[in-house]
Design a protein around this ligand. Structure first.
Ligand code: MG
Length: 337
């Protein structure tokens, strides 16, 4: 372990010590300087080598939360009040809004209601001056490229002038899809459509095997100058082997973005693995990665940050948070970058 890693691990441990059981019972903690106007402070994000930097060229490392799929247990939380609560109480500097695509009741079946949820969150994030990821939440987006092109063209027209916006064009390519044959050609098509309207906002692209094979993408990168590659980890499932792939990608010069991480296993279930989370957080500190915890929803499984008792407009009490929610909140509040 390098001194840097030790320092990061110590910082996390100290954070945990001094926020025992989390302080969610304080319902309206005032905003901190770190979260007031993070977008005003950093401006539009762009890549510089394997780092993300702000408009002034300084590295930026964001900590925040992803909503769950737009059509299911997360739907009632897609509103400005929850965005503001995540900023104010969780100190989130980034919010992710996953537009559920092809699964039951997703965007392909019910475009209007799912689009309305995502745009409510995007509009609220812009007003709150936090970053926001517009996520095409699909495991086989290469089959829906026409719809993705139309959607992201619309998003670029509506939002491309805002520095808050990050486009995530393919959440998790499922096992069996390859970078060269499936994901890269899809990404080139969707990126071309976005760039015809919005020349400059950051685009993040999922990588094969549920956004784990970042090394494969890094070895055959996209030509666009403002693209980062998506890395997902679930602490109970993914350990040093996945960090080795991430390190290889970084060494190849690829910027990475952790648009999802979980405290438990990759199914969203199983025990919280604090040892593994600690190792991942040290890694993310060392490499200044940005990250979103999965997720804002109230299903009865480990990864859901709230219980069904939680109000739809935030102002959650400690009892409303799941164990994973309490833990993630402490880590996000302690990120401090
Ligand atoms: Mg723009």
């Amino acid at each position: 372990m390098t001194p840097f890693k030790l320092a990061a691990a110590a910082a996390i441990f100290t954070t945990l010590l001094f926020h025992p059981g989390c302080a969610a019972s304080t319902p309206s903690a005032p905003p901190t300087p770190a979260t007031l106007g993070v977008v005003r402070a950093h401006g539009r994000l762009h890549t510089a080598g394997n780092r993300l930097v702000g408009a002034d060229g300084r590295p930026v490392s964001l900590a925040g939360v992803s909503y769950g799929w737009s059509q299911w247990e997360a739907a009632r939380f897609y509103n400005a009040d929850v965005v503001n609560w995540l900023k104010q109480d969780w100190h989130a500097t980034i919010i992710r809004a996953p537009l559920g695509i092809h699964e039951e009741d997703g965007y392909l079946q019910h475009p209007a209601r799912n689009l309305a949820r995502v745009t409510r969150v995007v509009d609220a994030a812009i007003a709150a001056e936090v970053y926001v990821i517009i996520d095409w939440h699909d495991h086989q987006a290469q089959l829906h490229s026409e719809q993705a092109v139309a959607f992201f063209s619309d998003m670029a027209r509506r939002y491309g002038k805002h520095p808050n916006i990050i486009y995530e064009i393919f959440n998790e390519p499922k096992t069996g899809l390859t970078w060269a044959r499936d994901v890269k050609p899809y990404a080139e098509k969707v990126i071309a459509a976005i760039r015809a309207i919005d020349a400059d906002n950051l685009i993040v692209v999922g990588t094969p095997n549920f956004s784990q094979n970042v090394d494969v993408a890094a070895a055959d990168p996209l030509k666009d100058p403002n693209v980062a590659y998506v890395l997902h980890f679930y602490a109970g499932t993914h350990k040093q082997g996945l960090r080795a792939k991430a390190l290889k990608a970084l060494e190849l010069g690829a910027p990475l973005f952790v648009t999802e991480w979980g405290t438990c296993d990759a199914s969203g279930k199983g025990p919280i693995d604090e040892k593994s989370v600690g190792e991942w957080f040290a890694f993310m500190h060392e490499h200044q990665l940005s990250h979103c915890n999965w997720a804002v929803y109230d299903k009865s499984e480990t990864a859901a940050i709230v219980h069904r008792s939680a109000g739809s407009k935030g102002h959650w009490r400690e009892d409303d948070l799941s164990p994973s929610g309490k833990y993630a909140r402490t880590l996000i509040r302690g990120w401090g970058e």
